[in-house]
Design a protein. Sequence first.
Length: 161
Amino acid sequence: MASAPDAQTTIIRPYISSDWRDCLSLFDGNVLRFFSTAERADFANFLDQDAGAWSYQVIERGNRVIACGGHALDAQGQTAYLCWGMVARELQGTGLGDMLTKARLRAAQNTPGVTQVRLDTSQHTQGFYRRFGFTVEKIVPDGYGPGLDRWDMLLCFCASE
C-alpha cells in the first residue's frame, strides 16, 4: 500500500490558475519591504494573463504555496528575464529562495540559445542575486516607489574568451 505524501514534502511545480489567491497572499506578505502596494494590480494582471507563458512556478509544501517565481524569453530567445520571485515572509532565510532561483536559472540555462538572464530587483534582494553571479547594470533610486530602489542585474552564461 502506498503511503500518503509527507505534509512537509516540498515540491516545485508549474503555476495553475487555482494558485492565484495563494500567490497574491505571498505578494501581500512582502509589500513595503520587497514590493510597493502600487505593484499589486500589475502582479494580479500578470497572474491572470501571463503566468503560463512566462514559465511561472510555485513551491508547495503541505498543499500550501510558499514561494513563486518565473522567467520568460525575449523575442530572439537569447535572454531570459526572471520575474515576480517571492517567498512567504515567515519562511525567508530557509533556503526556499535559493531553491526557486536555482530552478529558474537551470530552466533558463537548459533552453537552447539562451546566453544571459536579466532581472530587476530592489536594494533588499540585490545581494541575494549577486551570490548567483548577477552583476549590477543600473540602479534607479525610488524606481519602484519611495525608498524602494530598482536594481537592474545581469548574469551571462557566455563562455570566457
